[in-house]
Design a protein around this ligand. Structure first.
Ligand SMILES: Cc1cc2nc3c(=O)[nH]c(=O)nc-3n(C[C@H](O)[C@H](O)[C@H](O)COP(=O)(O)OP(=O)(O)OC[C@H]3O[C@@H](n4cnc5c(N)ncnc54)[C@H](O)[C@@H]3O)c2cc1C
Ligand code: SF4
Length: 570
């Protein structure tokens, strides 16, 4: 008898965090630093910061296929093949064959099942949402109103930015609020020219990308072992310097230093265990991904940080007499209003006249063009919301030789010289919430762990498609304003939801439990000790990259959860 009680005690923590990625790292850091004993459950294998970045120092020619992914690997990583997975980084992207999902309508589900999650492979563009982003739904009658406003997030944005370390330039723009910045990265000469021309001719501001790279590390960065970015742009293979922000390099070490953190790998959280007595969660049921052993862990508070689809799947899978359609799903909103950002649409050009200019290193960032459509004095468009661009000008490198005709010594010598300047702009546009854009769990198809497969059923709307046209045309207009040559536009016909890698929604926050799953503190309305603080919580998508907002929401929710625990409300 005693044995059982002791076993349960050994599996009991103050808090359980599901997922060790971008938001899980923040939940772990905040909860441990506030005195809680925390168990992080990570479904993937363990990656150790620095020592497991096996390809980080390899040059392109040292790879068997010069960096290109093989056909076999492409089949295994088909979702991330479009632009992310390469020979040196494919192991940081989830194998779709082993972790299948169903596309009723096309969706690329790009994942990183390992320590650090997608924080190891993200692009690091880091922007605050603006005031209007939290108001647009209610002003336009789209989806539901956000239960919070920009002002409530400001202290949390500032708090996160300082620890993360974001390089960028303050511009004082309402559309793109400034963060707390480290020194900005430099623009190349044609970019400086482009910025001036677009400001003069079209009155649109352009800034250097705001990226989570340490351009001037501060004591709190070096304290967790991080150092300055070396401008090598090999980030998706993992950075031994901790030059960019990841949970592996920053939040998990901070949490570990409290001595209150336990991380268990290969631990696939299957479902939440509900205490029938008080209708609160008492723990989680976990499948070991290698041995299939099923175990239970218990805690007073649960944080779901398994990524938008991952966290909502766990809620959907947690069925009980009280919640026959998934935990917290009285509103039937679980899985609905799946959002993403537009990608794979924009414009390109060749640049003449800067042949004597070059630049330092391989900058791991780009320019940023803030939203200008449906904003300020802009004439109202035939679609709602707007888009921004990431992009830049660089000189083509030796790899251009693989598509240029030629052979022999002269050809090879030419490839040792810098190639022509080219510029490309890629639009990131806001996708509106739509209850019919959704995912659900398959009633009959399971994966090898017996978990129901995710079925995606979502597509761009007429609003989204109208926006894509402006993304192309406005991109071309700006490149032409700078006098660049051979301007072309593109809208990749294979582009669909998921490719923006910013999946959001599916367990939205709201004021009313009848129409939303989470309250203003990311707490499940009807199961108060469960918090969901990743992209699942979003009620709309903005047009800027979302991870900073997820992190701010996570730290805010963790602070609230600890206060509620202390007040014995959880
Ligand atoms: C190539 C790429 C570029 C990107 N660029 C940017 C960018 O420039 N700016 C930006 O803001 N965002 C960017 N993103 C998106 C960003 O990476 C995500 O928004 C962010 O990582 C989401 O954080 P998360 O904690 O929700 O998920 P993740 O960081 O993915 O972490 C989720 C973790 O949960 C684990 N997990 C999942 N299911 C379970 C389960 N059942 N049990 C236990 N553990 C589980 C996963 O293995 C993973 O480790 C990019 C993403 C990619 C892939
Ligand atoms: S560019 Fe900077 S952050 Fe990226 S891998 Fe190199 S040193 Fe690390």
């Amino acid at each position: 008898m005693n044995l059982n009680i002791n076993a349960q005690k050994a599996q009991t923590y103050d808090a359980i965090v599901v997922g060790s990625g971008m938001t899980g790292g923040w939940a772990a850091k905040e909860l441990t630093e506030k005195g809680l004993n925390v168990l992080v459950l990570e479904r993937g294998y363990e990656i150790k910061h620095v020592e497991d970045y096996k390809t980080a120092m390899q040059d392109p020619w040292e790879f068997e296929h010069r960096g290109k992914i093989t056909t076999v690997a492409a089949e295994e990583h088909y979702a991330s093949m479009f632009f992310s997975a390469k020979e040196g980084s494919q192991f940081n992207f989830t194998n779709d064959k082993e972790h299948p999902y169903i596309q009723k309508r096309p969706f690329n589900w790009i994942r990183g099942y390992h320590t650090g999650g997608k924080s190891l492979i993200w692009g690091k563009h880091t922007y605050r949402w603006n005031r209007e982003d939290f108001l647009a739904n209610t002003k336009e009658g789209i989806g539901i109103d956000w239960p919070i406003r920009y002002e409530e997030l400001v202290p949390w944005y500032t708090y996160i930015e300082k620890f993360v370390g974001i390089s960028g330039q303050a511009e004082g723009l309402a559309v793109l609020p400034d963060s707390t910045f480290l020194p900005p990265m430099a623009m190349t000469a044609p970019e400086v020219h482009f910025k001036k021309s677009v400001a003069q001719k079209l009155n649109r501001p352009i800034t250097i990308g705001r990226v989570a790279h340490l351009t001037k590390p501060q004591p709190w960065h070096t304290a967790v072992g991080r150092a300055s970015c070396q401008f090598r742009n090999r980030c998706t293979r993992g950075c031994p310097y901790g030059g960019y922000f990841s949970s592996l390099a920053a939040t998990l070490p901070a949490a570990r230093s409290t001595n209150r953190l336990t991380i268990l790998h290969n631990a696939i959280v299957k479902e939440i265990i509900l205490d029938d007595h008080d209708q609160k969660a008492k723990g989680v049921r976990v499948i070991d991904q290698n041995t299939m052993e099923v175990r239970e862990f218990y805690a007073k508070v649960l944080f779901l940080n398994a990524g938008t689809i991952g966290s909502t799947s766990i809620l959907m899978n947690s069925k009980s007499a009280r919640f026959p359609n998934g935990l917290g799903n009285d509103s039937d909103q679980l899985g609905r209003n799946l959002m993403d950002h537009h990608l794979a649409v924009g414009a390109r050009a060749d640049i003449e006249g800067f042949e004597d200019d070059y630049y330092f290193g391989a900058r791991p960032g780009s320019l940023y063009i803030p939203r200008f459509r449906n904003w300020g004095n802009d004439k109202k468009r035939d679609y709602l919301r707007g888009f921004g661009y990431q992009g830049g000008a660089a000189r083509a490198d030796w790899s251009r030789g693989s598509t240029e005709p030629g052979f022999g010594a002269d050809f090879k010598k030419r490839l040792t010289q810098p190639g022509p300047w080219k510029m490309s702009l890629t639009g990131f546009g806001e996708v509106l919430p739509d209850p019919n854009n959704r995912f659900y769990l398959s009633p009959d198809k399971t994966d090898k762990w017996g978990l129901p497969q995710v079925v995606f059923d979502a597509d761009f709307s007429a609003n989204d498609r109208a926006m894509r046209k402006d993304i192309m045309n406005d991109g071309a207009e700006m490149l032409e304003a700078a006098g660049f040559k051979n301007v072309t536009t593109y809208d990749n016909p294979a582009a669909h939801m998921g490719l923006g890698i910013h999946e959001m929604g599916t367990a939205r926050m709201g004021k009313d439990p009848k129409t939303s799953v989470l309250n203003k503190y990311n707490q499940v309305h009807t199961c108060k000790n469960v918090f969901v603080t990743d992209g699942s919580a979003m009620a709309s998508a903005s047009n800027v990259n979302p991870s900073l907002t997820y992190m701010a929401l996570t730290a805010r929710a963790a602070s609230y959860a600890v206060a509620q625990l202390k007040a014995k409300n959880l």
